[in-house]
Design a protein around this ligand. Sequence first.
Ligand SMILES: C[S@@+](CC[C@H](N)C(=O)[O-])C[C@H]1O[C@@H](n2cnc3c(N)ncnc32)[C@H](O)[C@@H]1O
Length: 285
Amino acid sequence: MDRRDLREQNRVSWNAVVGAHESHRGDLSRFFSDGGSTLFREERDLLGELEGRSLVHLQCNSGGDSISLARLGATVTGVDASDEAVSSARALAGETGIRAAFERADVYDWLERASHEGRRFDVAFASYGVICWLPDLRRWAGGIAGILNPGGRFVLVDFHPAADIFDRDGNHVHDYPSGGETALLEEGVGDYVAASGGGLTPAGFVEGVRDFQNPEGCYLFRWGLGEVVTALAGAGLRITALEEYPYANGEKKFAGMRGLPDGRMVLPKQIPKVPLMYGICAERD
Ligand SMILES: C[S@@+](CC[C@H](N)C(=O)[O-])C[C@H]1O[C@@H](n2cnc3c(N)ncnc32)[C@H](O)[C@@H]1O
């Protein structure tokens, strides 16, 4: 399903929120100059050695992770639909002097165009809140397979759909996600950077914009984990890892979650564990 109209509305909603997110992030250019990285251990482990590799970072948002990946020796191209996110990413790369290229494009359009132009990458990467913006997983997975070099790999780390069946207080209120069911979020993309309680601001939390209200709604697409894996396998990629984690990096989805010093958010001790994140590595033969 194309849903270009909904993807376009999502771009508008993302554009509206980026300023609020950026207002909390502290001095990221100094953080990078001091050798900092915004990556978490899970994606580092799945990505493996990056020195000398070409890497496309899909849905890269404001580029902190893209710059961290470039730091590890990859030649990085970041792609995102949001004009505001891409202009923040370019500004950050300019300030840090770390080389990373950023292209503003819808992910489906970009994958199709890059494949036709014969562009190929050793690694494709996407993380933390990316699957929910995709109305068509088969087309997405096929697009990724089409831009990987032989032997290239795709790494995805995202929030686990099992966590989506609960409300903030842990009541079981939603069906398990499936079929890319469309959900309108009238309140639009929120200020999750402020809500992360420091988990997404490694350079230090700044008060910045308060009580942000997004005037632009957005549309989410609800997929199960099996559908993500099946789409990648169906595109001819070999699944070499599927990890599930009982914590969420940088996201306090449920009341009472605690942040650990490494940015992991864990459930209160008395609550039985459920997976809150997953990671996939899929390779092209
Ligand atoms: C939650 S962010 C991903 C977080 C990101 N990995 C980071 O390092 O901060 C989701 C991103 O997906 C982008 N996005 C949403 N729909 C898109 C689409 N159809 N094409 C390209 N980017 C899209 C948004 O603009 C946003 O920057």
